[in-house]
Design a protein around this ligand. Sequence first.
Ligand code: ADP
Ligand code: MG
Length: 534
Amino acid sequence: MNSRIQFSDFNLSKEVGKAIEDMGFEEPSPIQALAIPLIQAGRDVTAQAQTGTGKTAAFGIPVIEKIDPTRRSVQAIVLCPTRELCIQIAEEFSSLLAHMPRILVLPVYGGQPIERQLRALQTGVHIVIGTPGRVMDHLNRRTLKLDDVATVVLDEADQMLDMGFRDDIEIILKKVPQSRQTLLFSATLPQPIIEISKRFQNKPEFVRVQYAELTVPQISQSYIEVKDREKLDVLCRLIDLEDPQLAIIFCNTKRRAEELSGKVRARGYRADELHGDMKQSQRDRVMGGFRKGSIDILIATDVAARGIDVDDVDIVINYDVPQDVEYYVHRIGRTGRAGKSGKAITFVAPRDFTKLREIMHYAKVQIPRIPVPSESDVAATRTKVMIDRVHEIIAAGGLEQYIRIIEAETEGDLQTIEIAAALLKIQMEVGNEPAAEKRPEVDFADTGAEPGMVRFFLGVGRQHKVAPKDIVGAIAGETGIPGKAIGAIRILDAYSFVEVPKEHANDVYTIMKERTIRNQPTGIEPASAGKRSY
Ligand code: ADP
Ligand code: MG
């Protein structure tokens, strides 16, 4: 862990350092770790990494650090293919510049009135982020001067070429002083980009980060929101419901894998664990059992799972949200192999929402929430299994002796359907808990709120760009309680607190559980009184 590169290794100004902290970045992404030092050293860099890997900050951070705010001239220009990207990049730059208000950034793209851009350009901006077409417009009108540009970035270079911007890019590059630094960022590096690099870069360094194959279409992914202490029950229900031939359950630590394995076995499932500290012979025994089918459930840690090679895993359950995005990808890749379909379900406790969002972001997948399977879901599946079995038995024949017993017992009084129903009832009662839904009782008694109010925890905060108005808007809009009735709101980095009147607490809780705030699951939970530390 400690050997990983940190932002503090880059010698950043304290303003940029602070901004990165505000943005909630804990450590550089792999492409940032590779590219930033090279860019800082003044090298031309061609960097290849998938979407969502943090390329913007990879060039943004060193580009910003090079700007001299006392000079009123454009010193860096970023070219990108679309208006949306211009805006996104400009926003990321603005966040990075939060503590350097004197450095000005201007996005220029088609569709926006050119006059507004002209005025901004006249007042003197330091960084221009533009589409090649609009930048060409400004060059032709002589409203944009590039003679003081020290850095050019071609972002999403592959897409720009696909969109036919090649000539514009070449013209623009020729207008920038030779002494410039040229940076090229792209998700792919086809031949035309290599050619641009050869023509316009000076001894470029190539850096590249390859992620595991992230999109696996034949795996259906979902998550279940579940508190830690309810995980075991939910797991068992899920296994009853899914009835997998082979399942792998992932835990984050060896301790948890061992414990869970014992508990699951105690409930009558054929399970065994696999973790990194086991001897090869033990591992072979467990894997042998799994392959032969004498174990249906394998409880594993990430390290242990690396060597697993089985094709027929129907379901992967992440009992814990993985620590690392790549782990998630590796874990779910254990199912849906050899062209078969697979399922991956992740258990998400309220504190795990940030991690879940990160996984969705980097793995570029939407992982939908599914409800906790209820006892009646499980019962329904069992009934279906039973009825299927009944059909099989009838088809196989040989029921004469049973028919005689029933006839003798009932003396022809009862309807066949009633007999069948009674038998089904008996069968379903075997080993089944009472069918009543056990909704966990929610306790709003002491949440540390003002009198008459209930305080809720929300798993969204400043780092998700959530402001008080988003919280008020979401709660008022979704539950219909007046915005004025909503009490104290406190927004922290990764989470927030909000108080609502007691009489609305239940509605707010049940409704907001299913809703989002700024496109993020709310992760709403009653707050605990003891934690009111502010
Ligand atoms: P790309 O250009 O590679 O598609 P972006 O630069 O748009 O990716 O970054 C994707 C997201 O990741 C953005 O929301 C960005 O703020 C965030 N991000 C970038 N670097 C980091 C980091 N080091 N830690 C956490 N999040 C990051
Ligand atoms: Mg990008």
